[in-house]
Design a protein around this ligand. Structure first.
Ligand code: GDP
Ligand code: MN
Length: 407
């Protein structure tokens, strides 16, 4: 739920481990990297837990794997091996990956369960009410965003006090409203409390169990049980400093390479779909710059905040990242020098021009600390950067860059 490109994501197998640490019942599972290992994992689950039905699950950060063929039920070690090898062999395309898909490096081999009913329970931050919120639905196994569109009445939302946590009466109330009966009410209530506990203690920004299932009754479990069989947890990356164990769970293969490089230089960079590269200092100014570009008919290619204390080296890296994006057809630099110094930016522009070259239009608007010095640096370099124009203010700069691209 919610657009949160900076959140740190983890794989399902890591999320399941965390859920288990907080007491949530999760079927046993083994992570593997080859078809042969998948066959062995099947045999182990069969001998240790009596599993016959086993689920082979692609471990990628994108959701909707079921729809893309990334979640398959198997009933023998041979089948597990074949299906896992197949999933590992090619990129997985799901409704959330884009047409090129994502490569699969690990699969989870999980004891399968006989499902009677699927539910959704999740914890998120309610930005409007400024508190954590428990979100639950009897329409499980479907993306909650889809339920919100098609059947909003099927979603229950309960605000949670971050100090007191989810109150037992709140969880019980949700369990009733979702239609849990008998002992399932107790089990579901406990799971919601554990999920909330995990969410708050790990500084998560999202923690979803989808689906939470009631299993079909059998001789061992005459009433069926409530279990988590898929989980998605995102963490607030500003809080990772408090959770080194969670920070370690990051999978560099899942990160956009440009975003990973940006992170190394402490640049806040998020790739977007447009064609105007933006280099700005300060998150607020970056947002305002993107708005102005939009207002004048342009589409930003990225959000990029170089921050206040960016070195010339970091700003040069920022230009490399922007200019390496094939979609970029123009660059807008908008700096309000407070702590950031305009001359540092100007030198980085000159450096980037020498090293990479601005073959696309460049519009620079600088204001604030050391602006006079910066203007001299850029004036001196003007003949080396023929595509450069300067903007008098943000509106002027936004107009110039959108016009230059349209030309
Ligand atoms: P997602 O598609 O990426 O959200 O992956 P899930 O792990 O949620 O699996 C998608 C769907 O596959 C679930 O909603 C279930 O309907 C089905 N599924 C997953 N695990 C099992 C299982 O152990 N048994 C059965 N019968 N179905 C499962
Ligand atoms: Mn799911």
């Amino acid at each position: 739920m919610g657009y949160d490109p900076r959140a740190m994501k983890v794989h399902e197998y890591q999320a399941r481990d965390l859920l288990a640490q907080f007491g949530v019942p999760v079927p046993p599972a083994i992570v593997v990297e080859t078809g042969a290992q998948a066959g062995d994992a099947y045999r182990e689950l069969a001998s240790r837990y009596g599993a016959e039905l086993v689920v082979v699950k692609a471990q990628v950060h994108a959701g909707g794997r079921g729809k893309g063929g990334g979640v398959k039920l198997v009933r023998s070690a041979d089948e597990a091996q074949r299906v896992a090898a197949d999933i590992l062999a090619k990129p997985l395309v799901t409704p959330q990956t884009g047409p090129a898909g994502v490569s699969v490096r690990k699969v989870l081999i999980a004891a399968g369960v006989d499902i009677d009913k699927e539910f959704y329970v999740g914890m998120a931050i309610d930005r409007t009410n400024r508190c954590p919120v428990l979100i639950a639905s009897s329409e499980g196994g479907i993306e909650i965003e889809q339920v919100a569109k098609d059947n909003p009445d099927a979603i229950v939302r309960v605000p949670v006090d971050p100090e007191a946590g989810l109150q037992p009466y709140q969880a019980r109330n949700v369990a009733y409203r979702l239609g849990f009966r008998g002992d399932h009410i107790r089990q579901a209530t406990k799971i919601m409390a554990q999920l909330c506990d995990l969410f708050i203690k790990t500084d998560a920004s999202l923690a979803e169990i989808n689906p939470l299932v009631v299993t079909r009754a059998d001789s061992d479990h005459p009433q069926g049980d409530v279990l988590a069989i898929d989980a998605k947890i995102n963490f607030d990356d500003n809080a990772l400093i408090r959770h080194p164990d969670i920070a370690e769970l990051a999978d560099p293969h899942e990160q956009d390479p440009a975003e990973r490089r940006a992170r190394q230089f402490d640049l806040s960079y998020i790739k977007l779909d447009g064609n105007i590269g933006c280099l700005v200092n300060g998150a607020g100014l970056a947002m305002a710059t993107m708005d102005l570009v939009n207002l004048h008919g342009g589409e930003p290619a990225n959000f990029l905040d170089v921050g206040g204390s960016a070195s010339e080296e970091a700003v040069t890296e920022a230009f490399r990242i922007i200019l390496e994006d094939d979609h970029v057809r123009g660059v807008l630099v908008n700096i309000f020098g407070g702590i950031a110094k305009c001359d540092t930016i100007a030198r980085a522009i000159v450096g980037a021009a020498k090293e990479i070259g601005f073959t696309v239009p460049l519009v620079v608007r600088l204001e604030g600390t050391n602006v006079e010095q910066a203007r001299r640096i850029l004036d001196d370099a003007r003949h080396d950067i023929p595509t450069m124009q300067t903007g008098d203010d943000l509106t002027d700069a936004a107009r110039k860059i959108t016009a230059a691209i349209a030309a």
